[in-house]
Design a binder for this molecule. Structure first.
Ligand SMILES: [Zn+2]
Length: 99
């Protein structure tokens, strides 16, 4: 059994952990396209995004049994307005590019 004090300390630490992670997620990052240009939102001109991958799964390709031609695209979701930008090539966060 944990003492009440220990439990309080643990739940406080978990709370702090969650806050840190939230901040990390909320902030987003600045990205460069493979053309080496800083990416800005086409809708609101904000420059912080959340990166993820999406599958370019086209019905035609599946029909012809050419699923292997389906590629992944990189999507950047604008931190401010939620607009989604699609890239067929890799994008790099500015930190990655510096490293
Ligand atoms: Zn935006």
């Amino acid at each position: 059994m944990y003492s009440k004090e220990e439990l309080q300390r643990m739940s406080k630490r978990i709370e702090e952990d969650m806050k840190e992670k939230e901040l990390e997620i909320d902030d987003g990052k600045k990205y460069l396209s493979s053309a080496n240009l800083e990416i800005k939102c086409t809708h609101c001109s904000h420059d912080y995004f959340h990166k993820s991958k999406a599958l370019l799964n086209t019905r035609g390709m599946t029909y012809f049994n050419l699923d292997w031609l389906n590629e992944t695209a990189t999507t950047l979701i604008c931190d401010k307005c939620g607009n989604i930008l699609w890239f067929g090539k890799e994008v790099y966060s500015i930190e990655e590019k510096k490293a």
